[in-house]
Design a protein around this ligand. Sequence first.
Ligand code: ATP
Length: 199
Amino acid sequence: MHLKALTLRGFKSFASATTLRFEPGITCVVGPNGSGKSNVVDALSWVMGEQGAKSLRGGKMEDVIFAGTTGRPPLGRAEVSLTIDNSDGALPIEYAEVTITRIMFRNGGSEYQINGDTCRLLDIQELLSDSGIGREMHVIVGQGRLDSVLHADPLGRRAFIEEAAGVLKHRKRKEKALRKLDAMQANLARVQDLTDELR
Ligand code: ATP
């Protein structure tokens, strides 16, 4: 499995559609200060489901949408697509190539797609969670984050390892199941109260 291509449209400084193709092995992105190198890394985090504006170096989520320059008006939407080579079947989906897409509108609406089909954020998170790449972004070590990874406390380090090992998905499912169980217990108690009242 490797990342094949990343397409940005209206994302941060990338107003026009821009596609970066990656070959297996090491890719280097070089360019002058402020030319958008970190924006490319932000786009990778964003398309994989990053929900924190701060992690994307912005104040609010809409800050990822192209805000305009002196010669170009702001845009109403940002879109990023990431194509992953899945010929080794590392992702649990029956496609040799998987494209995940995230779109955000200035009015706050957003959409996620897997190979062009609309899906939920959860579907993307689950698809990626066993692959070692995902929302927690331990694989994306941005400027200044290397220190925090190296100096993570034991719990933080455990979270990195758990995500890499694919445990996170099951932990989330367990938490969801426990929440449902709690709600069910509350319903049961309510039914019991009603039954007692009717006696
Ligand atoms: P450095 O080498 O200094 O770290 P860089 O190549 O990583 O720079 P980025 O931080 O990726 O550069 O890009 C910064 C540029 O992106 C700035 O010029 C900023 O104005 C622009 N930018 C960020 N968000 C938006 C946006 N929403 N709309 C338009 N331009 C944006």
